[in-house]
Design a protein around this ligand. Structure first.
Ligand code: 5RP
Length: 224
């Protein structure tokens, strides 16, 4: 099961690279996400090594993979917005709104996604949902605000759980929330963002994907 899932992720990552091949050039800035699907894209990038202006990364883990292979990773502050951002998702709906952050990299992912001209989501079909919200929603919080944010989430109808022993790349903690109703994801995203102490939440609605590469009947397919 895990193996065939990995095979699908690999095929999708290859398709994403193929899609980008004609679009990337020496002045392109490429944003790289985080997670197992993105790791296959990183493998492609390392293998094909196209000439680019810069690569930016959404996590220490992705940066390490890229740098270990000799690729230079730039700071977003130094290079400006990427032309393309490639990343996975934990859930994605028909509007290409997503839940992300299963790996805890949501804040940097959201920053780079928002700064990018194009967001290409790569995932296997198991991530496609009618309504977002079954996958626990990650919220990155300033540590001293964790209990306060959790109580506000309970008032909203959610069931928060502290991700014990995990610190984000920004040194913050994560609360995973179940049972939140997400009929209008944008409203929930905004409401959670307004709780003092919240750094970011894993609803990607105000910055959804522009393109989805996903498997359909065993074939990688591009959806807009
Ligand atoms: C990490 C993320 C990932 O994109 C998401 O968890 C999907 O990961 P995978 O490709 O391993 O299924 O948001 O914070």
């Amino acid at each position: 099961m895990e193996n065939s899932n990995s095979e699908i992720k690999k095929v999708i990552a290859k398709k994403a690279f193929e899609y980008l091949t004609s679009k990337l050039h020496k002045d392109s800035i490429l944003g790289i996400g985080t997670g197992s699907t993105t790791n296959f894209f990183i493998e492609e990038l390392i293998d094909k090594n196209p000439t680019l202006k810069a690569i930016v990364s959404s996590s220490k883990a992705s940066t390490q993979l890229l740098e270990n292979a000799g690729l230079e990773v730039s700071e977003l502050n130094d290079v400006g917005g990427p032309d393309f951002y490639v990343d996975g998702a934990d859930e994605i709906n028909e509007r290409l709104e997503m839940i992300k952050g299963g790996g805890g990299a949501l804040t940097r992912e959201k920053i780079i996604a928002s700064a990018s001209k194009n967001f290409i989501c790569i995932c296997d079909a198991s991530k496609q949902v009618r309504n977002l919200g079954k996958f626990p929603l990650a919220i990155e919080v300033i540590p001293m605000a964790r209990s306060y944010v959790a109580r506000q989430i309970v008032i909203m109808g959610g069931t928060p759980e502290y991700r014990v022993g995990f610190l984000s790349d920004n040194g913050n903690q994560i609360i995973d929330v179940r049972n939140l109703k997400m009929k209008v994801p944008y409203e929930i995203e905004e409401k959670i963002n307004n709780i003092p102490g919240v750094v970011a939440n894993g609803i990607f609605s105000s910055r959804r994907a522009d393109l989805l590469i996903v498997d359909k009947n065993g074939e990688p397919t591009i959806l807009k």
